[in-house]
Design a protein around this ligand. Structure first.
Ligand code: ZN
Length: 367
C-alpha cells in the first residue's frame, strides 16, 4: 500500500474540523450559511497552518447543494465531484510556478466562462506573492470587476509583498500559529485513528518541535512513526529529532553553574562518543538558559514552557540556583555561537570553549 503522509491523509473536510483557526472558520461558515459571499478572499499566515485546507473547504462549500451550517455536506453531487478531483469549477493555481503575466492573462480569459452545473467558479491562487508586477496588474483588473460567478481565494505566507491595490480588493483572514495544546490534540486524534500507541510526553515533544505548524508537526510524526517499533516513546522522539533530553541540559547547566570544568569536559566527550549532534546541543543550551529565565521572571512559567510537570519542577529548582545575570551570560554565549557552529570543523572544541566562556563570562567582564 502506498504510504500517504499523515498531513494529507488527515486534512480537515469541514470548517468544524479545522483546529486553531476558529476566528476564521466561524466567519466563513456564517457567510456560506447566510449566502453573503465576497468575491475575493486573502488568507495569510505561516506555512502548514491550514490556509489551503480552509480554501478547499470554502471552495467546496460555495457550490454545495446542502451545506451543513456552512460546511460542505460531502454527499451531494457537487461535493462528490470535488472529492474525485474532477471538478472543473475549482481551479488551483500555484503562483510559484505560474507567475508570469501570460499565466494571469490566460486565467482572465477563462474567468469569463460560466461554471458548469454549479453556481460558482473558484480560483485558489497559492503563494500569490510570487506573481510578477505585471501579473499582479493583470490580476487586479479581474479583481476590480469580477464576474458574479467567480470567487478568488488568494493565499500567501508573505503578505507584505502584496501590492496595496490587491489587498484593498480582498477580505483578509490572518491564520494563527497553533498552540502546543492544539497540536497535541491533533496528533493524538491522528495517532488514535491510525491505531498507534504513544507516551503522552512523546506527543508533547513532537508538538513542541512543530513550532506552531500542523504540517511540520505531522511530518515529524511521520518520521517518528516510521522509526519506532509499536508504541511511540520519548526516546524515539529524541532519537529522530536529535533534540536533547531535559535531564542532560539540567546536568550540563549544573557544571556551568559550579564552574566544574573537569565534569563539563568529560560530559562533552561522552556526548560526542554517543554521536550526539553538538550543534543541536548548543541550540538547546541557549534555549535552556532562556527557559530558566522564564522560570525566574514570569508569573506562570509553565504556561509558556509547556513542560511535563516533573521536568518543570526540576527546571524551577535549577532556576532558583543560578543568578539571573549568569543566565543572561549563558544565553548570550550560546546564541551568538549559532553561526559559528554551522561552519566549524570541530564542534566539540567549540562547545568546550563556549562552555568555559559561559562559566567565566560574568566574572571576567567585572574584572
Ligand atoms: Zn455538498
Amino acid at each position: 500500500m502506498e504510504h500517504l503522509a499523515l498531513y494529507r491523509k488527515y486534512r480537515p473536510t469541514t470548517f468544524e474540523e479545522v483546529v486553531g483557526q476558529e476566528h476564521i472558520t466561524k466567519a466563513l461558515a456564517h457567510q456560506i450559511a447566510s449566502g453573503k459571499l465576497a468575491h475575493a478572499y486573502l488568507f495569510t499566515g505561516s506555512r502548514g497552518i491550514g490556509k489551503t485546507s480552509v480554501a478547499r473547504i470554502l471552495a467546496k462549500a460555495v457550490n454545495c447543494l446542502d451545506n451543513q451550517n456552512g460546511s460542505p455536506c460531502g454527499k451531494c453531487a457537487s461535493c462528490l465531484r470535488l472529492e474525485k478531483e474532477a471538478d472543473i469549477n475549482v481551479i488551483e493555481i500555484d503562483a510559484a510556478s505560474n507567475n508570469r503575466v501570460d499565466d494571469v492573462r490566460e486565467l482572465r480569459e477563462k474567468v469569463k466562462f460560466l461554471p458548469i452545473n454549479a453556481k460558482y467558479k473558484v480560483y485558489i491562487i497559492d503563494e500569490v506573492h510570487m506573481l510578477t508586477d505585471n501579473a499582479f496588474n493583470a490580476l487586479l483588473k479581474t479583481l476590480e470587476e469580477p464576474p458574479s460567478h467567480v470567487i478568488f481565494i488568494l493565499a500567501t505566507t508573505e503578505v507584505h509583498k502584496l501590492p496595496a491595490t490587491i489587498l484593498s480588493r480582498c477580505i483578509r483572514f490572518d491564520f494563527r500559529l497553533l498552540s502546543i495544546e492544539n497540536l497535541t490534540k491533533i496528533l493524538s486524534n491522528v495517532l488514535t485513528s491510525e491505531g498507534i500507541k504513544y507516551e503522552k510526553e512523546a506527543l508533547k515533544m513532537i508538538a513542541q518541535s512543530g513550532e506552531g505548524s500542523v504540517r511540520d508537526t505531522l511530518s515529524i510524526a511521520d518520521c517518528v512513526v516510521a522509526y519506532c517499533d509499536g508504541e511511540i516513546t520519548k526516546d524515539d522522539v529524541i532519537k529522530v529529532l536529535g533534540t536533547t533530553d531535559y535531564d542532560l541540559l539540567i546536568e550540563y547547566f549544573d557544571f556551568l553553574k559550579d564552574k566544574n570544568i573537569g565534569g563539563m569536559l568529560s560530559f562533552v566527550q561522552e556526548l560526542d562518543q554517543k554521536g550526539k549532534n553538538l550543534a543541536v546541543f548548543v541550540k538547546d543550551l541557549a534555549k535552556h538558559a532562556r527557559d530558566l529565565l522564564i522560570c525566574q521572571t514570569t508569573k506562570d512559567p509553565n504556561n509558556i514552557l509547556n513542560l511535563p510537570s516533573e521536568v518543570y519542577d526540576k527546571y524551577m529548582i535549577q532556576a532558583k540556583s543560578i543568578d539571573e545575570n549568569r543566565l543572561l551570560d549563558f544565553m548570550q554565549v550560546f546564541v551568538s555561537a549559532e553561526n559559528e557552529l554551522r561552519y566549524t570543523l570541530s564542534p566539540r572544541l567549540l562547545l568546550e570553549s563556549l562552555s568555559i566562556d559561559a562559566m567565566l563570562g560574568h566574572d571576567s567582564k567585572k574584572n
